[in-house]
Design a protein around this ligand. Structure first.
Ligand SMILES: Nc1ncnc2c1ncn2[C@@H]1O[C@H](COP(=O)(O)OP(=O)(O)OP(=O)(O)O)[C@@H](O)[C@H]1O
Ligand SMILES: [Mg+2]
Length: 455
């Protein structure tokens, strides 16, 4: 039996989203529309986890949290706060909340936060099962792609997984950086030890240091007891430093030291302890530019990026789109659903600024909203459909972001894609682009495009 969860939120649609997604995960979910109702439900259900909105008329989330903790200290509480109210979240954490989610959140965040919280409880068998499930999600069966670009990514992952080398994963939002990080962990000898993730951009500056390295009792006001940092929690396993590009400059030397000397020093403590932790980091910032701008230390960059892995945006590997569509239909239990030809053309032509995450969200929405098992262009959102039917020529295949795009960058991407689709055969790629071969070679030199065999 999966654990029980009580959801408390005065916003009806949010309540539904939470309920739906967590039921999908198999949890036993009950919902309440107010703090008072929620506490009554809590007394009845004895849930393992309470998820409560912070701001509600009447009894608010903080009061719910305190009441729950008073009656049952081992019950976990996750609170939901509005974007920009981190201070409230911090207050709640101090009052015993296990974690917080900021609105707006996506499904993955929700599922993962909940799974992580419940992993933490004393439910050992449940624990193991969840861990297996998380592991399951991350081997290559769940990482889809047959484009040359993704094949290259898989190959690097296979080679580096079972080494100690630090890996830096770069790529736009939604390209699968976290998925790659988890794959590296599950394919390594560390797979039975913890995979611990920390988002360097989501934690307020003054908490980040203690979050990473821990603190000792009395280190600062509010440090009422010793706290274990994420580094220590990841002992024997993998620490995933997400959004590492946003790590404040003043914390960078300490991280560098931890990586170099494999020791961490809790805030306010003197004893540095030796650690065995493999670090995988990710960022969607242009970190080389951050180095050039002096906001990211060069020495730390080289430490983190012993093995760099760049995840290409989805628009640079369009042949993966049909595969992903099929995969996500299956994942959401609708194997028999198909996309008609015009629809597929439009989906392959669309720019996918949100990459794989955007595609998965769209598939989920289409599956819920559809009337038949064949998806047609009519089912698609306007911005995707319009690419397929209205314009002809370039506008039909290129979806430019609203804030503009560099023509040179675009040309470079087109050339790379032509080469990739033709297995880096220059003659074939030139024919594909309808230009002479020497023009292609000129462009390759101009944009410093090198065939992967030469790297
Ligand atoms: N190649 C893939 N095959 C299957 N699912 C994928 C693939 N790439 C990404 N996904 C799914 O897309 C979603 C987004 O991926 P992920 O969270 O790893 O992206 P990210 O690069 O970390 O994004 P962000 O920078 O926004 O944190 C996840 O649900 C993930 O499972
Ligand atoms: Mg991520």
């Amino acid at each position: 039996m999966k654990p029980k969860i009580v959801i408390i939120d005065d916003d009806r649609s949010l309540r539904r989203v939470l309920e739906y997604n967590l039921q999908q995960e198999g949890y036993q979910v009950s919902v309440a529309a107010s703090g008072e109702e929620g506490l009554a439900l809590f007394a009845e259900e004895h849930p393992a986890l309470v998820i409560t909105d912070m701001k509600m008329p009447g009894m608010d989330g903080m009061q719910v949290l305190k009441a729950v903790k008073e009656q049952s200290p081992e019950t976990l509480v996750i609170i939901i706060t509005a974007f920009g109210t981190v201070d409230i979240a911090v207050e709640a954490m101090k009052a015993g909340a296990y974690d917080y989610i900021t609105k707006p959140f996506n499904r993955d965040e929700l599922r993962l936060t909940v799974a992580k919280a419940l992993q933490f409880t004393g439910l050992t068998t449940e624990n193991k099962r969840l861990r297996n499930q998380l592991a399951d999600r991350t081997d290559f069966r769940t990482m889809i792609g047959s484009s040359p670009a993704m094949e290259r990514v898989f190959e690097i992952v296979r080679k580096v997984a079972d080494t100690e080398a630090s890996v830096l994963i770069t790529g736009e939002s939604g390209t699968g950086k976290e998925l790659v990080a988890r794959s590296i962990h599950t394919m390594s000898g560390r797979k039975d030890a913890p995979f611990v993730a920390i988002n360097c951009a989501a934690i307020p500056r003054d908490l980040l240091e203690s979050e990473l390295f821990g603190h000792v009792k009395g280190a600062f006001t509010g440090a009422v007891k010793d706290k274990t940092g994420k580094f220590q929690m990841a002992e024997g396993g993998t620490l995933f430093l997400d959004e590492v590009g946003e790590l404040p400059l003043e914390l960078q030397p300490k991280l560098l030291r931890a990586l170099q000397e494999r020791v961490v020093e809790p805030v306010g403590g003197t004893a540095a302890s030796k650690l065995d932790v493999r670090v995988v980091a990710a960022t969607n910032l242009d970190i080389e530019k951050a180095v050039a701008d002096g906001v990211f230390r060069e020495d730390l960059y080289y430490r983190l990026a012993v093995i760099p892995i760049n995840l290409p945006p989805l628009r640079g590997r369009r042949e993966d789109i049909p595969l992903l569509l099929r995969y996500f239909c299956g994942k959401h239990g609708s194997d028999k659903v198909t996309f008609d030809k015009t629809c597929l053309t439009a989906l392959c032509a669309y720019g996918w600024p949100g990459n794989v995450r955007e595609l998965e969200n769209l598939v989920e929405r289409l599956l819920i909203m559809r009337n038949t098992d064949t998806i047609t262009p009519d089912d698609l959102p306007e911005k995707i459909r319009s690419g397929s039917s209205t314009a002809s020529g370039a506008a039909a295949i290129i979806n430019l972001p609203p804030d503009g795009y560099s023509l040179e960058q675009l040309e470079r991407e087109v050339v790379v894609e032509a080469l990739e689709r033709n297995a880096w055969n220059q003659t074939a790629a030139a024919r594909f682009l309808k230009i002479p071969r020497h023009t292609l070679i000129y462009r390759m030199e101009k944009y410093e495009i090198v065939s992967p065999e030469k790297l």
